[in-house]
Design a protein around this ligand. Structure first.
Ligand SMILES: Cc1cc2nc3c(=O)[nH]c(=O)nc-3n(C[C@H](O)[C@H](O)[C@H](O)COP(=O)(O)O)c2cc1C
Length: 328
């Protein structure tokens, strides 16, 4: 029997497959189902910053004390917020009673306003860790990339002051200088980075002349971006790396572990193939490890990282050049 356990965010997971944040992780029943099918942890559906409760009085008090411009809070609908947060903390509490795998709460962050203090409520509710789902689409032409990137560090710092449970950060690859940015983020004291989130993207309906949703689910071909960056960054960061996007089967799981991932997060493949996909992936991993004579993940994790590769230049190569000789 091979040992599939892994360390992620300071926790021991029974295997490296985490059910990522999505509609599949927004109820106790579906989380129990995921546990039954072998998921080693779950990341709850994100609570979106815009949904987070604001105790109106507190906010106003704090804001006026700090001389803040109150108009910046206008976009919050103060009436619905506290109910949403309560529902989220209840979900955490109920999940903690119903399953024995770690439950990671997820917050979607846009601005670093006072809402960060609510992170403590997620910890109190029993969350084992908090994943910050952070992303600003770089379409604000009036702000420099430095200004936008600073917000990441501000939010991390604020949340770190609020909670003592591990914090991970789920990011996109839209950064002006991705490698150094990942490295700097890993040095903030966070426990993990999730590379990468995948977003809703618009498509066009050319008959109706309307913007519509493009593919909601990833495809196996989407694996390559996170695979490359996990492999490049794993020896350069000071925290765990989890792979997200395009992990659809056991082979993709093995590749991400070889790149150096501590764990993978899966979503699309569960929507497309059902939760039983998790046990199928684990069986493929187990069989492969047995064939190769590996007893545990540490025996091969990161074996194909850029630092350990016999051909590190391949990871930096971006132009096709000679590769498609014959194809024009
Ligand atoms: C229907 C759906 C809902 C999602 N909701 C969230 C969310 O609330 N928070 C989040 O961080 N990611 C969310 N994601 C992104 C996934 O967690 C994941 O990062 C992305 O789908 C890429 O992984 P995959 O290739 O395994 O699907 C969602 C994805 C899907 C398909």
């Amino acid at each position: 029997m091979v040992d599939l356990s892994t360390q992620y965010l300071g926790m021991t997971l029974k295997n490296p497959i985490i059910a990522g944040s999505s509609g599949l992780t927004d109820s106790v029943r579906s989380i129990q189902e995921l546990e039954k099918c072998g998921a080693a942890a779950v990341v709850l559906k994100s609570i979106f910053e815009e949904e987070i409760a604001f105790e109106y009085e507190d906010i106003l008090k704090k804001a006026s004390k700090e001389g803040l411009n109150l108009s910046q809070f206008d976009y919050y609908d103060f009436h619905v917020k506290s109910e949403k947060l309560n529902r989220y903390t209840m979900l955490i509490e109920e999940c903690k009673k119903a399953v024995s795998i770690p439950v990671i709460a997820s917050i979607n962050c846009v601005y670093s306003h006072e809402w960060t203090s609510f992170a403590k409520k997620l910890q109190t509710a029993g969350a084992d860790a908090i994943e910050l789902n952070m992303f600003f689409l770089p379409t604000e032409f009036g702000r420099t990339s430095e200004e936008k990137e600073k917000a990441y560090f501000q939010i991390i710092e604020k949340i770190q002051k609020e909670v003592s449970i591990p914090i991970s950060l789920k990011i996109s690859y839209y950064f002006s200088n991705l490698g150094p940015m990942i490295q700097k983020l890993s040095e903030t004291g966070i426990a993990g980075l999730v590379l990468f989130n995948r977003f809703y993207s618009p498509d066009f309906d050319i008959d109706k002349m309307e913007a519509v949703s493009s593919n909601i689910f990833s495809s196996p071909a989407d694996l390559s971006i996170s695979l490359r960056w996990i492999a490049i960054m794993v020896e350069r960061v000071r925290c765990d790396l989890a792979a997200s996007t395009g992990v659809h089967d056991g082979v993709a799981l093995i590749k991400q572990l070889l790149a150096g991932a501590a764990a993978v997060q899966v979503v699309s493949t569960l929507y497309l193939n059902g939760n039983s996909r998790i046990s199928e992936m684990l069986k493929i991993l187990e069989r492969w490890m047995e064939e190769k004579g590996y007893g545990c993940l540490a025996d091969f994790r990161g074996k194909m990282s850029q630092a350990k590769s016999s051909n590190p230049a391949a990871y930096d190569r971006v132009q096709f050049m000679k590769y498609f000789g014959g194809i024009s």
